[in-house]
Design a protein around this ligand. Structure first.
Ligand SMILES: C[S@@+](CC[C@H](N)C(=O)[O-])C[C@H]1O[C@@H](n2cnc3c(N)ncnc32)[C@H](O)[C@@H]1O
Length: 228
């Protein structure tokens, strides 16, 4: 079973012996891979759309895993009882959908790990999940078909973060790689262009963009060019 680079990056953060729900499983390929490659995991694969659940069922049957992966139709955490799960995986959705799903204090009680790849608003996502009582254990940038994604593993705990750590990710800042510089140099260009195009008088927006440009420049300026 071959997974996309994006989904593969998620799998490296999932531990043996965990009780997982993959919310918004769609094709369930991630869940099939996890079942095949981890020890002693229980997996609930769920989706809100019937079509997705049907496709997931076909894939699960194709890999002879019927009855091994528990497939459920429904919205977010509604499909589980309180003690069934300790690990949530959510990938390929926007921040506001993820926020809606995780705003469920009763069902979140026994969750100790959340692994997320959000398609939007990574900074808001970090702030939101930290407020739920989690800290960032691991993070990675991954490039898949020319798009750079961020995958984050949150675990229960308290850790204080600086502004830059919330913006870039504390674990990502500890180990800046080529993708980091590629991603943020592109963002820098985007914000510099946006700044030039801002209509006169938009002072708050101007200050916001100038601030982003300042903090990104600070973080990308330490890149050492290879010596010739
Ligand atoms: C773009 S797909 C991502 C599929 C897969 N997780 C991935 O990363 O490749 C998003 C999936 O989330 C499902 N979804 C959206 N909102 C949901 C919700 N509130 N509860 C469960 N599934 C949801 C959609 O039906 C869709 O199948």
């Amino acid at each position: 079973m071959r997974l996309s680079k994006r989904l593969k990056a998620i799998t490296q953060f999932v531990s043996d012996n965990s009780k997982i729900i993959d919310i918004g499983c769609d094709h369930a390929l991630l869940d099939i891979y996890l079942y095949q490659n981890l020890k002693n995991v229980s997996i609930i694969a769920s989706d809100i759309h019937e079509g997705a659940v049907k496709q997931a069922k076909k894939n699960i049957e194709k890999y002879n895993l019927d009855g091994k992966i528990d497939l459920r139709l429904g919205d977010g955490l509604d499909v589980i009882d309180n003690n069934e799960v300790d690990t949530i995986i959510i990938s390929g959705m926007g921040f506001y959908t993820i926020e809606d799903i995780l705003t469920n204090p009763e069902k979140m009680q026994n969750i100790n790990t959340i692994i997320i790849q959000s398609n939007t608003d990574i900074v808001k996502l970090r702030k939101f999940v930290i407020k739920l009582g989690f800290k960032i254990e691991e993070e990675v940038l991954v490039k898949d078909k020319d798009i750079i994604y961020t995958v984050i593993k949150f675990v229960r705990g308290i850790e204080k973060y600086s502004y830059d750590e919330i913006y870039f990710g504390p674990r990502i800042l500890e180990d800046k790689n080529e993708l980091f510089y590629e991603y943020y140099n592109k963002k820098l260009l985007k914000y510099e262009n946006l700044l030039l195009q801002l209509p006169k008088g938009q002072l708050a927006s101007k200050i916001h963009h100038l601030n982003l440009i300042r903090i990104i420049k600070k973080q990308v300026s330490d890149k050492k060019e290879p010596t010739k």
